[in-house]
Design a binder for this molecule. Structure first.
Ligand code: ME8
Length: 531
């Protein structure tokens, strides 16, 4: 099994503040990275900012700033959000950094020298006012500029093209030979049927209509198309083509390392079709997996910066805490499918799973151990009856299925398994009635066993949720008295290790939220009244 891996998020555009969709992708990627690290993998986790392009040039001008000043300000906000959410990335790449610019220019020169890029003519729809070229789809049937709404004219400009035709067969072969490359499977079919089968045109990889981009060394009036610039971040950050290629060799080229890109469904085409072709052209290994997640909507309408219907994650984390927001993101919308954000579901999820189920389980268990056993968890004495045995079996099964699902990036399903274990343990308290056992001295062994099984399930649940509940899992372990060696993941396989722990009652892990008040609060965030 591979013991090293490289994982990336898309690099987001600093054209405006990030919204909860970006937080969703980065948080879920972070959950996976933390999970693999817990399992002993060496991980390199990259995120960053995609800083070039016409839109950024325009937004900067509208804000009265230079593009660099403009993106510097917005990227500060990226750092702040990732800090708030405890994102454990190992590096943050900005496409305006020198390490990136130089390599993108080298890559372009290489492709030009290989004859994979040639100079041709770009035919499209041109808007004189905006000085922008648009494709057929963008101009639509009425031939209108999507930005200013004025009519556009057909026009031609000199541009460089990447020869996709040269690589299309190799790409199809690669898809066939690597069925796990692009998941979920439906995304692959969509790529083949929508883009490849109808015939892929050569890709225009340069622009002359604006200047905020990386200039082509051989012909500096052109800037490099933003997607060729952006996608290469995944290797420039590792030191590809630099004086320090160690991480590139170790995390990308070495087949012992697994490379995984996480991305949203809106950008699958660039990652699944063009990126592999660029890598083939450079003679670089292709990534092992691309996992496409769905998009979060706001009650059936796509959340987007331009529509102004976004949920700002900053005030959300500030009010509800990092653990609640991370848990909601990981648990609510199945990773890989589209989903809705609603304030009601947000509050409900936290109350049901965290306050009522997990928090309550810990609270009840610690109180009973204090009351019946002076705060010390009784030792494990083996399987003394079926009820206890069932909880023991379920705990072991939960670990197995959690690991299998997590390894497949089915993060939501994996968390759901843990939630089911927690629910089962709560039900087990009701079934075993420890308060009744405590009244009968002959049932002492039963009572001991119940307390041990409960603490063991909480211990396992706490460990499995550690990649999500980055601060609450430590608080849970503190109350349970888990320290030292038991903080290592591998101990969850040893059933009964919680015997002898000294528990300590502290504050509720997750106070119950007042639904009416909090739904209103989140609606205020969405209306932009709280920042
Ligand atoms: O496309 N729901 O950047 P971007 C869930 N710079 N995820 C969402 C989302 C939503 N409503 N909206 C955005 C770019 N995302 C390029 C990427 S990579 C080499 C270059 C997430 O700022 C999702 O992961 O538009 C999506 O793919 C990404 O943000 C797009 O971010």
């Amino acid at each position: 099994m591979k013991k090293r891996f490289y994982i990336t998020t898309p690099i987001y555009y600093p054209s405006a503040k990030l919204h909860i969709g970006h937080a969703y992708c980065t948080t879920l990627t972070d959950v996976f990275a933390r999970y693999k690290r817990l399992r002993g993998f060496e991980c390199f986790f990259l995120t960053g900012a995609d800083e070039h392009g016409q839109k950024i040039e325009k937004n900067a001008a509208a804000a009265g700033k230079t593009p660099q000043e403009f993106v510097d300000g917005i990227v500060e906000g990226f750092y702040k959000l990732w800090d708030l959410l405890h994102i454990s990335n190992n590096d943050f790449i900005r496409t305006t950094q020198e390490r990136h610019v130089k390599v993108v220019q080298d890559i372009f020169s290489k492709m030009l020298a290989n004859d994979d890029i040639y100079l041709g003519k770009y035919k499209g729809w041109y808007c004189k006012e905006c000085e922008a070229f648009w494709t057929d789809t963008q101009a639509g049937p009425d031939h209108i500029c999507p930005d200013c709404g004025r009519p556009v004219q057909t026009a031609e400009e000199e541009a460089y093209f990447f020869k996709t035709s040269k690589y299309v067969d190799r790409l199809m072969k690669f898809f066939d030979e690597n069925p796990k490359f692009l998941v979920p499977e439906s995304r692959k079919n969509e790529m083949i049927n929508t883009f490849i089968k109808p015939g892929l045109e050569d890709l225009c990889v340069s622009r002359t209509s604006f200047s905020w981009g990386i200039p082509i060394r051989e012909n500096p009036k052109h800037v490099i198309y933003v997607w060729l610039d952006a996608l290469t971040n995944y290797i420039t950050a590792l030191g590809y083509d630099s004086e320090h290629p160690e991480n590139f060799e170790k995390f990308w080229q070495d087949p012992e390392s697994e490379t995984i890109h996480i991305l949203g469904a809106d950008i699958t085409r660039f990652h699944a079709i063009y990126w592999p072709m660029f890598l083939m052209s450079l003679g670089v290994r292709l990534p092992d997996r691309e996992f496409v997640h769905g998009l979060l909507m706001m009650k059936d309408s796509k959340m987007s910066k331009s529509k102004g219907n976004v949920v700002d994650p900053y005030p959300l984390v500030e009010r509800y805490g990092v653990d609640a927001v991370r848990y909601y993101l990981a648990r609510e919308v199945s990773f890989g499918s589209d989903g809705n954000f609603t304030p009601e579901q947000f509050v409900e999820r936290i109350n049901t799973d965290l306050a009522n189920a997990l928090g309550n389980l810990l609270n009840r268990t610690v109180s009973m151990i204090n009351k019946y056993f002076d705060g010390v968890v009784p030792e494990y004495k083996g399987r003394i009856n079926d009820v206890d045995g069932n909880l023991e079996d379920l705990t072991k099964l939960t670990i197995e299925s959690y690991e299998r699902l997590m390894d497949d990036l089915k993060i939501t399903d994996a968390i759901t398994q843990v939630n089911e274990l927690v629910n089962r343990a709560n039900k087990y308290i009701d079934e075993t009635e420890p308060w009744a056992l405590a009244k009968d001295p002959e049932k002492k062994a039963n009572l001991e066993s119940v307390m041990l099984h409960l603490t063991n399930s909480i211990y396992v649940a706490g460990m499995l949720l550690k990649p999500v509940l980055v601060t609450a899992s430590d608080k849970l372990f503190e109350q349970l008295g888990v320290t030292g060696d038991l903080l290592n993941y591998d101990n969850i396989y040893k059933y009964g290790v919680t015997g002898g722990l000294k528990v300590e009652k502290k504050d509720q892990l997750f106070p119950r939220l007042d639904a009416a008040v909090e739904v209103q609060y989140i609606q205020d965030i969405m209306a932009g009244n709280i920042k």
